[in-house]
Every structure is written in C-alpha cells, then in structure tokens.
Design a protein around this ligand. Structure first.
Ligand SMILES: Cc1cc2nc3c(=O)[nH]c(=O)nc-3n(C[C@H](O)[C@H](O)[C@H](O)COP(=O)(O)OP(=O)(O)OC[C@H]3O[C@@H](n4cnc5c(N)ncnc54)[C@H](O)[C@@H]3O)c2cc1C
Length: 553
C-alpha cells in the first residue's frame, strides 16, 4: 500500500517460470529433431532463464556495459575489456550448457538441434552475450578446412568450463573465437578489404591494417580476412601467442551501439600481427563462408528467441491487466493482436529449429540442399520480422512497455541487429538469387519441403501456385529479378514456414498463419481475418499463470 493510494491492476513480473516448458512450439520441435536425452537439462536451463536472479544478470550486464582499458598504469598497452560480473555469469552458463561448441565435441544425433533449443531458451534472457558464443560455435566448420589447425583449436573451442582472460590458449580450460571481416570501406563487400598479409614462414603471415567492427575482442582467437600476395585469404589470429607474448591487436575504441550493449564491439588495428593461414591464398571468402553460414543460423535463432520473449511478455501482461472492466486478453481486438504475433513467433521458432536440424544431417543431400536455400530465406525473413513484433509487443504493455524496467526497451534496441550483421537484408535476397541461378538441387529441396503441406489449406495452395509462377518468371528473365528479390524471399520464406506449421502445429495456429500471412495483404498485427481461433492460439502462447512469482514474494 502506497501512502496515497493502493497499487492495483499492475501485472506481476513474468519471473520464476520455465522458459522452455512455456514454449510449446519449441518443446515440440525439440521432440522432433533433438537428441531426446537432454530434456531435463533444457528444463533446468529454462527455469534459470525465467528466474528473477538471471533476469537481474541480464539487466546488470546491459546497464553496466564493458569498459576498454587500452593501457596499464605504467603506459604499456593492454587492450583489454572489463565486463560486469553479470556478463561472466551469463557467459559461464552458456558455456556450461554447451551453446559454444558441444555438438562438435559430442556429435550425437540431434546435437545441433538440441544446442539450438538451448540457444532459443537462453537468448530469451539476454542476447548480447550470445555473440561470442555464436562465433565460437561457428568457427569450427571453417577451421576444419585445415585438419592440423582444427586439431589444435577445435578441442579448445568445444571445451568448458568458461575461462575468461587473455592467457596462452593451451593453458586455459576453454577458448572462445571471433571473426573480423568488416573494414571501414566495406562490410558486405569484403573483397574491398585492404588489410595486407605478408608471408612470415611456416604458414604464418603478418597482418597490417584495420577492422572496423570486431565484436567480443576479449575472445582468444579470430578468423580474419586479409590480402595475401595471391588475394583475399583467411587467417587464424590468436590474441596471445604460444610463447605468452601479446599479438599486436590495438583496440582503438568500443562502439557506442544502439543495443547489444552488454557485448563489446571494437575497432581494431593490426600492426604486423601474426596470423596462421587457413585455406589457400586467394580463397578467403570460400574458407570463412562456413563460419558465416553458421552465424547466420544463430541470427535466425536469436531473432526467433527475441520474438518469443516479446510475445511471452505481451500475452502475460494481457492476461493480468484489466481495462474498461475486462481483462485485456478477453478483448477480441487485443486477442487478435496477440494471436497474430504468436503465430509469427511460432513460425520463426519452427523454421529456426528445422534449419538447425539440417546441420545434424551433414551427409543427407536433401538436407544440405535445403539448408543452402533455407538459410538466406530464414535470415532475411525472421530477422526482418523481429523489430515489428517487438514494437507491437511493447505497445501491448502500454506505457509500461516503453519503460526500461519492463525489459521491452532492451529487446527493442536489440531487435534490428540480427538483420544487419552477417549479411544485411539485401545481401540475403541477393544470395537467394544466386541459389536460384546456380543451385537447382536447393530449389528442388525447397519445393519438396513446401509441397509436403499441399492440399491442406486453400491460402497455402494459392500462394504456392503464385510463387511457383513467380519463380518461373525469374528463371526466364534473371536480369530483371534483382529488384524483386525481396518479394521472392518473403514469399518463399513464408511458404516454408507455413509448410512446417501446417504439418506440425495445431490447426488453430496453422489456420491463423495461412489466413494472416498468405490469404491477406494486411501489413500490421491484429489483422487476422474472422474465423481464426485466437483463443486457442493465445492459450498456447501465454506462459502458464501459476508458474510465475508474485511481485510480493
Ligand atoms: C553491433 C555490430 C557488431 C558487429 N560485429 C562484427 C564482427 O564481429 N565482425 C565483423 O566482421 N563485422 C561485424 N559487424 C559488421 C557487420 O557485419 C556489417 O556492418 C554488415 O555486414 C554490413 O556491412 P557494412 O556496415 O559495411 O554496410 P554496407 O556493406 O555498406 O551495406 C549498407 C547497406 O547496403 C546494402 N547493400 C550492400 N550491397 C548491396 C548490393 N550489392 N545491392 C543492394 N544492396 C546492397 C546492405 O544490405 C545494407 O543495407 C558488426 C556490426 C554491428 C552493427
């Protein structure tokens, strides 16, 4: 009771719940694709992710951003970044649960899908620290292009426990990896890189130049691109060399970012910095592309997680807040808004998990062809939808959603990022055109996957026919396709999502997705046509009421 009034009608915070158990779409996708024996661990992680204690870590890591220490007190360069203890809690948990590399060290069936499920659970709590975790996971496929280098680094990157700090990597319990490609004059166009690499003998080179974006600069090792005598080449650049000396790696400053504030993103200068060549000279892009592909998957996972968290908060709020004498969740209009967002979130989670499952099927040509085309589609569409969903969810909380305490502002600031890094939206759309022009197996794999849901929904069938016609037009005049590549990406991605949802989700969700995304041209949320069972969709999406802690406990 406040001095002047009683506080009423403020929902309890959504805390003290199992984030995994509350996410029906994720639980079902884990059952389809996961390893099956990690369920208890996922629930444990889900309870931690939904606990008030871990929510505090997320808030602290964000409000106490990392601090750059360029020099020690005597003027020697140190180039270190200090993090709040909450950051280390988050990182330690991510490593403990193997999000950085367990599938590489313990490659059992369903290992990558299981890791994706963990990632989807844990990044609902805080996204920024998953950047170094993702890059570590993603480095391994690229490192495998050189078995000797992979033999040295892979066990360290898959190991635990988390061991922060700059020391000789072989003396640490585990290592983390990063990536530095983007320079001032070009990020998408990495062939414009100007950093030079001079041969120094025994496969080592000395790199001189800069990188305009280098996230997580406290990681132990980086994959970098630089111009060697025979062209753009990939290098493995440790921060600490084997003899204990510091490899030149001057951190000029940390970026002052819109979001992702708990993570450090640096501008760095390389001055005769040692790097070990990975892959042949002149084949830098082809070598690092496997790392890029794996980080793109994590962009999809991270965006799906942001959407799910936003939908959980919005549905929870509406279940507890009353206006004009009724619960918000009982208003047909609010239900339409929430259900519309919920199906978007479910479609994103389902597609993200389907993609992760394809990583587990490395020897299956259909799965690899599907992955090739589904990755740019999902990276484009899921990441693009995220800021819109988060903004709408924020509005569902009214004024409270605009206030930092609600956590929605942090999600909102984070939301556009996955679409920018690892290839912005247009780059994904152009990649799709590349696949359409050069990889008929991938297009065929998309068709097989999508057509598996044919004949079950008229909106789906109509859109499929239209899209196949659009694809035929594109094939007939590829030169005119560039300007329409986003339209094509959007249609193909939505059909892929709808195909999965029609086959695997309850009919209320499938009907809502097909009616709202394929049968209607509406652009905002809350525009599902009549006939959609928004009550059922909402019941599935709302975290269980009894699982949350009351504000006064
Ligand atoms: C927080 C943060 C952290 C980052 N961390 C890292 C990191 O650790 N390592 C790293 O290497 N990079 C990192 N980046 C950089 C990021 O990957 C690049 O910003 C991104 O790839 C885009 O490159 P760019 O900024 O040079 O933009 P540009 O390449 O100039 O692109 C600008 C716009 O033009 C569009 N565009 C580009 N080419 C075409 C085309 N041919 N046709 C049509 N449209 C086109 C793009 O889609 C984009 O919208 C980070 C970025 C951010 C924001």
């Amino acid at each position: 009771m406040a001095a002047t009034h009683e506080v009423t009608n403020q929902p309890p915070p959504l805390a003290g719940y199992d984030v995994f158990a509350a996410d029906a779409a994720l639980v079902e996708a884990y059952d389809r694709y996961g390893s099956g024996d990690d369920r208890a661990e996922l629930h444990r992680l889900g309870r931690l992710a939904g606990s008030a204690e871990a929510q505090r870590w997320a808030c602290d890591a964000d409000t106490h951003p990392p601090v750059l220490r360029t020099h020690d007190r005597y003027g020697h360069r140190t180039d270190e970044v200090e993090f709040h203890p909450a950051w280390h809690q988050l990182m330690g948990t991510a490593v403990e649960h193997g999000m950085h590399g367990r599938p590489w060290g313990d490659p059992k069936p369903g290992a990558h899908a299981t890791r994706a499920a963990r990632f989807l659970v844990w990044s609902q709590l805080e996204s920024a620290h998953l950047c170094p975790i993702s890059m570590t996971y993603a480095a391994v496929p690229a490192l495998r292009s050189d078995p000797a280098i992979a033999a040295e680094w892979e066990p360290r990157l898959a190991a635990g426990p988390y061991d922060p700090g700059l020391r000789v990597p072989r003396t640490k319990t585990s290592s983390l990896a990063g990536m530095a490609m983007t320079e001032k004059q070009g990020g998408s166009d990495v062939r414009a890189n100007t950093t030079r690499a001079e041969p120094a003998g025994s496969g080592w080179y000395r790199l001189t130049g800069h990188k305009w974006f280098c996230s997580a600069p406290m990681n132990d090792v980086f994959l970098m691109l630089a111009q060697a005598p025979d062209g753009l080449t990939c290098f493995v650049v440790p921060r600490i060399l084997d003899d204990g000396t510091r490899n030149p790696f001057a951190i000029q400053r940390l970026k002052d970012k819109l979001g992702n504030r708990a993570n450090a993103s640096a501008e760095i200068e390389l001055d005769a910095t040692y790097g070990q060549r990975l892959g042949p000279e002149g084949r830098g892009v082809a070598t690092i592309i496997d790392m890029v592909a794996a980080t793109r998957l994590d962009c999809v996972l991270g965006s799906a997680a942001l959407m799910r968290r936003a939908v959980a908060e919005a549905t929870w709020h509406a279940a507890h807040r009353r206006a004009f004498g009724a619960r918000l969740a009982d208003s047909a209009l609010m239900r339409n808004v929430l259900a519309d967002m919920a199906v978007e979130s479910e479609a994103a989670t389902t597609l993200a998990m389907r993609l992760a499952a394809s990583v587990d099927a490395a020897d299956d040509p259909h799965e690899q062809a599907l992955r090739r085309i589904a990755l740019p589609l999902a990276k484009y569409w899921v990441c693009k939808r995220t800021p819109t969903v988060v903004a709408e969810a924020l509005e569902c909380l009214g004024g409270n959603g605009y206030i930092e305490d609600s956590d929605l502002p942090r999600l909102y600031r984070e939301a556009p990022l996955n679409s920018i890094w690892e290839g912005a939206g247009n780059i994904q759309a152009l990649d799709l055109l590349r696949v359409l022009a050069r990889e008929p197996d991938a297009v065929a794999a998309w068709r097989v996957e999508v057509e598996a849901a044919k004949g079950q929904n008229r909106h789906f069938d109509d859109t499929l026919n239209d899209t196949l016609a659009l694809l035929a037009e594109t094939a007939a005049s590829p030169e005119s396709a560039t300007g329409h590549s986003r339209l094509l990406a959007e249609r193909m991605a939505t059909l892929l999502q709808a195909s999965l949802v029609v086959r695997f989700a309850p009919s209320a969700v499938a009907d809502a997705l097909c009616a709202g995304r394929l049968g209607s041209l509406a652009g905002t949320f809350g525009t599902l046509p009549s006939g959609v069972d928004t009550v059922a969709v909402l019941a599935r999406a709302t975290p269980a009421v009894e699982s949350a802690e009351r504000m006064d406990t």
